[in-house]
Design a protein. Sequence first.
Length: 754
Amino acid sequence: MSFLKNFIVLSILVTTTVRADDLIRWTGSDDVNASVAHVISVINQKTGRVFSESDFYLTESRELAFTKYELYEQLSGGVPVDGKAIRIWTDLKTNSTVQVEAALDLSLIHSPGQEKLAFFRPFTLSEKRTMKLANAAVKKSNQDTSFRGIDWKDRILNGELVRLVTIKGKHGKHQIKISHQTRKVITYTYEEFPQMDLNALVYPIYEEVEGSGTILSRVPAKLTHVFSSVPQVNGDIYAGMKVQKYYDTSFSPILGGTPDGRAQGYWSMTYLKEQAAKIRASLTQIQNDYSAGLLLQGDYATINIHPDAFSKFTGINFTAKPSAAFFPNWVVTKVDGADVNEMIPESAFYGKPLLSADELLTRPARRLPNNDPVSYMNDGFDEIQVYYAINTLMEELHLRGLTDPDLSTRPFNAFLFNPDVEYRDNAFYTDDTINFTTYSAKQANMARDNSTIWHELGHGIMDRLMGDNIKLADTGGLSEGMADFMAQIIVQSVTNQVPFPGSDQFRIINQTGFFLTNEVHDDGEAYGGAMNDFMMAAMKKDGQAGLHKVADVILEAMRLCRDHPGLTAQDWFNHILFADSLGRDGVRAPGELAPLMLAAINGRNFHLNGSPVASLTLINDGTGKEVVAGAEGSRGHAIPVTIAKDATAHFDLSVNLKSSKEYVFNYPLTVKVEFAKGALQGAVHWVGKENGPKLFTLNSEADTLHIPLDVTGTCDFINRQDGTCSDYAYVQILNLGETDHPRAKKRFYVQVKN
């Protein structure tokens, strides 16, 4: 039997007995009938249960590039069961099955002869109680306590009716799970927004090479798809929406969507966005040309200045002109003497208008020593660069197979010059927007770094194709690694594989293996690195045609993972192989890329057959516990060190390595402990930090390396809101004879308090 046939057979659950945790899956090669009634009947045969169409609710139905996708969420008592759904992909031309996947709670439906479970009681958790509990959880966490958005949904989770609350902060999102029955918080987690922490590079892919002082020249480029007309904005177009106060305590995604609920003062963001869209659609369109000042608003990108920039900065030499972009602005206000978070419907501002075609060629792109934001706003170049970068990504991906209705044409909104000091030195993606801040002297301007922009928008492409309900079962390394990979697709496409200064410094160029890290961005190196190995092998074989084949299969794999209830690395690679097995007329033959894909992941300490893998164990000797993701000493769980400023604290770490048959460490190994050069390092003062990294030797697999570390009570700089500093020691494993690109690495975090 060929590998392809073997893979398909192994991927499909063909038994009539299905366990509760199994993902039920079949493809068009097994059954072409994709009607929901037939799909449910097949599921009943496989599970021995009696589901009916009334047990499911059609949440989403949309056309993707080559398939139609439908999501039917499982219900219990009229409430969706979290992560439990039937997902159906059908061929757009024939309506026949491409893929069916179902993850269901089998305990909620009776077997023949059994009684059905009773419905859950009506909701008892009020909106005010929800926000009181959620805000208390955020405050208690002492992480990113600024309020920038909210949403929630009610779901059945592990047989219990819960409210899943998401609160957006400045740097990430808080997720609070609240029980309807006990009206208490069940769990709380915090996740940073996808954002870059890699070194800035130079133009034409970027402006400057990190640490070299070299600024490259700009090259000719076209800004395409600029609108010939834009909405005429006179005054505050969202003033009518401000007659109501939008407090977090009156937010309700359900009641806020109904007239009766809004009459009682409730609101929902979905409804407000719909109202904002209607307001924009009602505005008169005016000519967008040089005579009045041409604005960079187009099919794929809208360029805006952050609404606080004109009030926070002085010396701006052009008039603030409101844009039509809707900007939910969160502030803290007092209600009955208590602090509450209030959302104010605001608009942003247009950038500096272009008064002639010459300006597109002559606007200065100065690299100022202090990255002065006012000077950059007055120069007006950053707007051009960001518009070009967004357009380039969209156009290149269109050529590579991104043709999904709406998802491939909806614009990304860029907001530049966020003046908030807590956002400084950053760029991040959220909710169809890419956001730029201000930058210190040590940091390159990310608005001029296309690789950063393409990484952030890579998150956006994943969000669009993989759906709002996608859940990653690992640490999130897939998200970071694939965002790096999306950026690499564009880099390789626009450069036609020709090297350029700094092209060997991208984070995606690494040797990091799976299961050998404990932090999301390092996990992302394994994902991104494996995908880059895959793409480079295809390009070595077929040049740009190989790039096209890989981009096409990855975009399709994303579609085929849409709304997956718990995507693991195994699931992700299997879906790539399934997408590859389908082929694409005129692009790639069925199964053509599978050997390259398997070779790439096998070289990264990963096997689809579940065979043993190599390991790196990092132990905190003080507690005897391993430092793994989510545990003490990992990111988000820094060990508190409360000492006087002139005192020191001591730690001992132990390192042990185990090779596998296919992934072998070559001894004697170098173990490097880095304190300053990693992403976002430098705040904590480790003893000896000024002398560079510490180097150790591990002679054999039978040995255990002991690493002594000391930290002082004086921070090199403060990087936490509470006046403390948090940082990590970066333990990196280098094979014999290697000086960079570690094979394995783990981080050990501490937080210094006085």
